[in-house]
Write a protein that binds this ligand. Structure first.
Ligand SMILES: [Zn+2]
Ligand SMILES: [Zn+2]
Length: 181
């Protein structure tokens, strides 16, 4: 089971830390929404380091997700390359620990764990989700959807834009009305 390959018993982690290399099925991360889905495998390369009861995790993540284009909503493959850093802290001990170890930097997530195992699933998942740019485009010059009829303007043009051009028959009527005033 892939989930087990991202779960570690703290007591079994070597003091010197351990290198980590995994290829995990994307489905494990349960990213399955309208806007984003992840079905490709996720490559993870990094390390785990034990500092007393804390565990530091850092890794580079590589995968390909499917994201909706921000303009035309077309499903678009989006390559993901990001760094994930997390500091796992034991939940119970955290409160009374007077010698708080501050190893975390700003871009490091703090995760609390209970018991003797940590799971990297959530931090990797968060890292992937946070890596997407605010705007994803299927192509650089995506034409988007027509705001009136919803047609995908990359695939077909619609006639909504024509409204700006005044129908000559109406134009005559308008002139007539103006004369009658
Ligand atoms: Zn698009
Ligand atoms: Zn239209």
């Amino acid at each position: 089971m892939d989930r087990q390959r991202l779960v570690f018993e703290i007591d079994k982690l070597p003091e010197a830390g351990m290198k980590l290399e995994r290829v995990i099925e994307g489905e494990l991360f349960d990213i399955e929404g309208e806007d984003v889905s992840l079905n490709e495998s996720v490559k993870l390369k990094g390390e785990l380091k034990k500092v007393r009861r804390d565990v530091l995790f850092s890794a580079s993540i590589e995968t390909v997700a499917t994201v909706c284009c921000s303009r035309c909503l077309q499903a678009t493959p989006q390559s993901v390359r990001c760094m994930v850093k997390a500091q796992f802290k034991p939940k119970a001990e955290d409160i009374q620990s007077d010698s708080e170890i501050e190893l975390s930097s700003e871009d490091c997530e703090i995760e609390y764990f209970e018991g003797d195992v940590i799971s990297l699933v959530d931090v990797v998942r968060d890292g992937i989700l946070l890596s997407f740019p605010a705007m994803v485009l299927c192509q650089e010059n995506c034409q988007g959807l027509c705001p009136q009829c919803g047609a995908n303007l990359n695939l077909n043009s619609c006639s909504c834009g024509m409204d700006a051009v005044v129908d000559p028959r109406f134009e005559k009527l308008k002139q007539l009305k103006e004369k009658l005033k």
